[in-house]
Design a protein around this ligand. Structure first.
Ligand code: BG6
Length: 467
């Protein structure tokens, strides 16, 4: 089969902080990245891709290139500069205009409420480890539903809880830069799922006509050999990064095999997970009500048994072979010589996407539908004569679309695909040099240039045929 269903969404994705720039525009408050990136001397996020001003042009590109769905996110601190309290009318207006522009161009907006960007004031009070953030987030979400709920058909509560907590408390490349604290990561992940559930409840009880879901990064884990110790380590990483969140999403509780493994990891890392009966009631309600999930997929991992302290090195430069990821009580990611990797050491393994989609269908038969909400290839693209020959990106997207078609054939209900990213945006931990866009952005003057992949994607979106 090489044909997608007629209603299949061919979309692209952005995130507010990575795309908008205009950090001083309106009364916007800071999120936890603003000062951090400057203090660390990493890169300047203040211009980004100037989406704040250039969104009409970008939406026109969507229309011209057959992109009929766009993931955008609402920057919480543009609406509530200090996370709570008084809203900023200019921030509220900006998202009205942006959503209207999507609709005017025939582009369905998929709107995320939190894409890695907790307002600074709440971050300083403990972020997702604090009930304060959960309460404020629910209020923010409710505000957005009331404001935009009659024109947004697809809401996403969170983008990638796993990436948030792994970045903040395990890898330590997201503020507050804590490393190897698995108990904190697991607690924050649970709390985010409770916040998600509370927001789903607000949305559903107010009887809006649209749909609501959550986006998870779901990357398959395989033992590097068939030895029991390696497959067990792979399974542990899968449970920690994937199944824990999927159980919360679709079952409303953690199944026995999930809990057993999580408790083992917590024991090894000297921590406990605190939960309450009310939280599980809330999770169960949301599990029953949720309309869809978004799967973000970039890579799979090959895992070997590991005894020792956690040791992680993040490849933030694109220098091949410089990463290391070994987790105490879990396992170590290793190179599979048969699987190619990107310059950032991410294994390119489309089979992992097919396997994950089938896993969701089989383990959670109550799932309704799936969108692949991010997939794409980070490259050091070069603009030459106003063109970018990004054949490797085309090849990457091709094999992943193929994997989706195979999953559909195996009975998984996948209804759309979103390339990360629409235009080049900065990468949180790699800056402006890691480009994913269908459209090249010259960051000196913010001009856009369609890459070869944009023309290719247009053909597929128009014909629904993968050839
Ligand atoms: C996803 C995020 O995890 O991966 C995006 O939702 C991010 O915001 C994308 O940019 C690519 O990651 P990176 O680190 O290569 O920019």
């Amino acid at each position: 089969m090489n044909k997608f269903p007629e209603h299949f969404v061919f979309g692209a994705a952005t995130a507010a902080f990575q795309a908008e720039g205009a950090l001083l525009e309106g009364n916007r408050g800071k999120n936890y990245w603003d000062d951090y990136l400057k203090e660390q001397g990493m890169f300047d996020p203040s211009l980004a891709s100037d989406f704040y001003h250039k969104y009409p042009e970008d939406l026109e590109l969507c229309r011209t290139f057959g992109i009929n769905g766009l993931r955008i996110s609402i920057a919480w601190s543009r609406i509530f500069p200090s996370g709570v309290g008084k809203f900023d009318p200019s921030g509220v207006q900006f998202y009205h205009k942006l959503i209207d522009e999507c609709i005017a161009n025939g582009v369905e907006p998929f709107v995320t409420l939190h894409h890695f960007d907790t307002p600074l004031s709440l971050f300083e009070k403990g972020d997702w480890l604090s009930q304060k953030t959960i309460i404020a987030y629910v209020d923010f979400a409710e505000f957005c539903f009331k404001e935009y709920g009659n024109k947004v058909n697809y809401w996403i509560t969170f983008n990638e809880p796993w990436s948030v907590v792994a970045g903040q408390y395990i890898i330590g490349h997201f503020p507050p830069n804590i490393k190897y604290d698995l108990p904190k990561a697991i607690q924050a992940m649970h709390n985010m799922m409770v916040a998600h559930a509370k927001v789903v409840e607000k949305y559903k009880k107010a009887e809006y006509l649209g749909e609501i879901g959550i986006v998870h990064i779901l990357e398959s884990k395989y033992g590097i050999t068939n030895h029991l110790e390696d497959t067990r380590s792979a399974r542990k990483e899968h449970i920690l990064a994937n199944q824990f969140l999927l159980d919360a999403t679709y079952r409303g509780h953690y199944a026995e095999d999930t809990l057993e493994n999580i408790e083992e990891i917590l024991r090894e890392n000297k921590g406990v997970l605190k939960t309450t009966r009310e939280e599980f009631e809330m999770l169960a309600y949301a599990a029953d009500q949720i309309d869809f999930i978004g799967v973000n997929y970039y890579a799979s991992h090959f895992v070997k048994a590991y005894i020792g302290e956690s040791t992680i090195h993040h490849n933030g430069t694109g220098e091949k072979g410089s990463s290391r990821f070994a987790l105490k009580g879990v396992g170590e990611r290793v190179n599979n010589p048969e699987v190619p990797t990107t310059d950032w050491d991410w294994p390119i393994y489309p089979q992992g996407l097919e396997d994950m989609l089938v896993f969701i269908k089989e383990r959670y038969p109550n799932y309704k539908k799936i969108y692949v909400t991010e997939n794409g290839m980070g490259e050091k693209d070069v603009l030459c004569d106003k063109q970018v020959q990004d054949d490797s990106r085309i090849a990457y997207i091709f094999v992943h679309l193929k994997a989706i078609l195979k999953a559909i054939e195996r009975g998984v209900n996948v209804e759309g695909y979103f390339v990360w990213s629409l235009m080049d945006v900065f990468s949180w931990t790699n800056g402006y040099k890691k480009r994913y866009g269908l459209f090249y952005v010259d960051f000196k003057n913010q001009n856009r240039y369609a890459k070869k992949s944009a023309y290719w994607y247009k053909k597929i979106s128009n014909s629904k045929l993968l050839e």
